[in-house]
Write a protein of this length. Structure first.
Length: 95
């Protein structure tokens, strides 16, 4: 359950990340949502650039600074096998 004061990060903005984003927007339209993805081209995504409540963390260092988020929603595009530190993080919510 996501509370009103939590910082929410969607980790990977593939198909599942986009679905998660739409769901959060439906139920929490005024919440700032953080999205982290390796794909720097998301800076041109109209859906995201039109949303003033989205903060993008893009590029090679997109996994840095995860400690600042209360809840991290990990999508299928991120393998926990490749990132063992994420597998042990209690803030990770699997999508």
């Amino acid at each position: 359950r996501l509370s009103d004061h939590q910082n929410i990060l969607i980790l990977d903005f593939g198909r599942e990340g986009q679905s998660t984003y739409r769901t959060i927007r439906k139920f929490l339209p005024d919440r700032t949502v953080y999205i982290a993805d390796r794909n720097e081209n998301l800076i041109n995504d109209k859906q995201l650039t039109n949303d003033r409540k989205v903060v993008l963390k893009l590029g090679q260092n997109y996994l840095e600074h995860l400690a600042q988020y209360d809840s991290i929603i990990k999508t299928l595009g991120i393998s926990l096998k490749d990132h063992p530190n994420l597998a042990e993080d209690p803030r990770i919510l699997l999508n």
